[in-house]
Design a protein around this ligand. Sequence first.
Ligand code: PMP
Ligand code: GLN
Length: 378
Amino acid sequence: IQSKLPGVGTNIFTTMSKLAEEHKAINLSQGFPDYNCDPVLVDLVSDAMKNGFNQYAPMTGLPLLRTLVAEKTNKLYGSQYHPDTEVTITSGGTQAIFTALSACINAGDEVIIFEPAYDCYAPAVKLLGGLVKPFELVPPDYDIDWEMVKKLFTANTKMIILNSPQNPTGCILSDKDIKSLIKLTKNTDILILSDEVYEHIIFDGRKHQSVALYPELSERSFVIASFGKLLHTTGWKLGYCLAPEKLMKEFRKVHQYNVFSVNTPMQLGVANYLKNPESYTGLTDFFQQKRDLFRTLLSETKFKLLPCNGSYFQCVSYGHITDVKDTEMAERLVKEFGVASIPVSAFYTKHTDHKILRFCFAKRQETLEKAVEKLMNL
Ligand code: PMP
Ligand code: GLN
């Protein structure tokens, strides 16, 4: 067959995790915890299975879970998402993103993404016949010059994809960024897809700028979230999408035919777990401790640390040590030093190598210490 995604190979997370396994390296590449989730949560899912909740869930998600998600979001951001018409439970953030894009993007539509960008946006836009309009952010601060973003606008601009806290840079959008975005898109029909899977992983007392805080934006936005990040359960592939009813109606038309519905016992277990909001309020402190520890340890190595204000990723630059390509550097770190990372060039549509590597610090203290001990040999 003629490839619909020529130039796309196996993605970088699979590649680096496989390489880490082959070389028995410490895997700080793909973003997932190396510790277990709360056993109470596991018991709640297992109880749901034992109690017979093993058949199809409603297409839009279990009502109890949708209700708790709406309550949590509305309380945090002062929004008014209705659980019946404006929340849909999905198979992780990835499916929610793909479904939202499928519901809106037609051939020729342009989608603005900020690069480096999480890897699933651009291929999905291309598959749908859309055109990716990358806006390159410059390290180390990756600030957005909104006047320059405006220059990318054309009559075909359909959507802007936001991701804050951002993967891979750990940068976050400020209220000033959001206000610029509101100004720029006022009186337009430009849709927003706001990937907020790291909404609770934000540091030093900063406030997450959800688009749900701003009615001018949320009325044209899909908000994406993931229970994988919230509950340390990336392997469960459970997440959700929030959107105003008119957008959610279209989202659900696609959702009902590409997955129909999502894993029932896990939805019920998660819902019963979320009844106690304390189950996730500690997340910020938990990851801030890990970030602080990891940064302190890394500061003893030859790497230069980039800022990390959110997410569970820390980027480092090494251009002052060697000028090898970041893909080669990442491979060398696995093979010669026993630590796996992600080369940040993987997050660009055009070849761009600032000689930056991304490490995931959602790991046990012992893992982070052992990894940095190895990196000290560099
Ligand atoms: N968006 C971002 C920015 C991510 O980092 C991830 C996963 N790490 C996802 C979406 C996908 O989430 P999920 O694993 O729930 O599909
Ligand atoms: N989101 C995770 C990361 O950035 C990985 C997800 C995946 O493997 N597709 O590392």
